[in-house]
Structures are given as structure tokens and as C-alpha cells.
Design a protein around this ligand. Structure first.
Ligand code: ADE
Length: 228
């Protein structure tokens, strides 16, 4: 799986050198390309934004550097999917993470300021598959944090990234419910006991208890996830 990121803050993605994804990069399971949008400007100040046509607060990212950066990344790729993080996009979910983990090449374009000139999206759509994706119903200062979250959620689903694939199956959202609570030794800690069923050795009872906990938790915290 290859990820390319276009951003004005390449240093932001340094953390992808560490932990699980860092190891996946070292082993070659994941390839990462980070591109500084300012490298595609041609003025002394490396300008990437300008005032909006029609007036209004804030600045808009200029189309020309985006056009050149995406030309560079898309032209060297075989059927990439281009994703622009945006609060105006489709909401990112575990289901979307699974679908995106089946792609071989994702290109992320991180907007800043009040957004990117609309023609960048209109044009990109004529030459590649493209999606606007929102992390949730709140506003971030730019796309970088959203892209980090998406890469972490997608990357860990790529075969070979997480050592024990079993652990992916048991998590929140994988079966549409929140995950059950987990415990480890000691069996009593600061007066709190581990639920006795987990010490019973009865696997059927453990599975049933965990399922009940998932349903109870989901009903309490996220009733919107439960079927009617
Ligand atoms: N950029 C700014 N806010 C965002 C959000 N909620 N999701 C994705 N990208 C964003």
C-alpha cells in the first residue's frame, strides 16, 4: 500500500516513522511519500494562498501549486484514489477504513485556511477517482490531523501491519458494536475485582458475557449504532 501526502507541513508526518506504521514502512509493507506544496510555487515567498473572490474572511489555497503537485503525484501512479480531508466530506468510519485498505495507492491533499479553490476538486475529478472525507462534525485548522487519523485507521488494516490479525476482529466498530471491557492480572486491584466469569474457564460463558457487555455499552453510549 502506498500513501502520498501533499501538505504545507511535511514535518507533521514525522510521527509516521515510529510505532506499528513505522515498522511497516521499514519492512516495505507501507510506502509513504510526503510532498511539500510550497515546492510547487514559483514566487520568492512560496505563496500558497490568496484572498477569496466575492470577499469574506480568511484566505483560500491557490489552484496552481495544487495542480502541479497533484500532476506530479498522480502521473506517476496507477489508478490512485485522491482524498481531500474536509468537514464538507463524507464521514470517515471503520467501514470506509476497510474499503480504503483494499486500495493500492491513496493520495491525500491537506487543505489549510478557508479551504482549497473549488477548481482543484473539479479538475482532479476529471483525472482520478476522488473523495472528500470528514473526520467528524467539528472543524480542524487543516487536513493534517485528519489524514494522520485516517492513515492510522487504514494502515493497521493492511495485511502484515498488525502482527496478530485476530486482534483486529475483536475491536470496537468491527462488528458494528463497541468493544467489551478487557482485564489482565492481578485479579483484584485497589478493591476492584475482575468479573468472575472471566476466571471461570468457561469459554461459552465468557463469549456470552462479552457480547452482553458490547450490547449494553453500545445501548448506553451509542444507541445510534444499534439496529431498530
Ligand atoms: N479539515 C478541517 N476540519 C476537518 C474535519 N472535520 N475532517 C476532515 N478534514 C478537516
Amino acid at each position: 500500500m502506498r500513501f502520498d501526502i501533499v501538505t504545507i507541513f511535511p514535518e507533521f508526518f514525522g510521527v509516521l516513522d515510529i510505532s506499528l506504521l513505522g515498522r511497516a514502512r521499514q519492512s516495505g509493507v507501507i510506502e509513504l511519500g510526503i510532498h511539500n506544496l510550497r515546492d510547487y510555487t514559483h514566487d520568492r515567498h512560496r505563496t500558497v494562498d490568496d484572498t477569496p473572490y466575492g470577499g469574506g474572511a480568511g484566505m483560500v489555497m491557490k489552484p496552481e501549486p495544487w495542480g502541479e503537485a497533484l500532476d506530479d503525484v498522480i502521473e506517476s501512479a496507477d489508478d490512485p484514489l485522491v482524498i481531500f480531508p474536509s468537514p464538507a466530506g463524507e464521514v470517515f468510519t471503520q467501514r470506509m477504513a476497510r474499503e480504503l485498505a483494499d486500495e493500492s495507492h491513496l493520495v491525500f491533499g491537506c487543505g489549510r485556511y478557508e479551504g482549497i479553490d473549488q477548481r482543484v476538486f473539479d479538475h482532479t475529478q476529471t483525472r482520478a477517482r476522488m473523495k472528500l472525507v470528514s473526520l467528524g462534525d467539528y472543524v480542524l485548522n487543516g487536513g493534517e490531523v485528519a489524514v494522520m487519523a485516517m492513515i492510522e485507521a487504514i494502515g493497521r488494516l493492511v495485511p502484515g501491519v498488525v502482527g496478530n490479525p485476530e486482534s483486529l476482529v475483536q475491536e470496537s466498530h468491527e462488528d458494528g458494536l463497541l468493544e467489551y471491557p478487557s482485564y489482565t492480572k492481578p485479579s483484584v486491584w485497589r478493591g476492584h475485582d475482575v468479573p468472575p466469569v472471566l476466571l471461570s474457564g468457561n469459554h461459552g460463558a465468557v463469549d456470552a458475557w462479552r457480547r452482553e457487555q458490547q450490547i449494553e455499552r453500545t445501548r448506553r453510549v451509542r444507541p445510534d449504532l444499534l439496529p431498530e
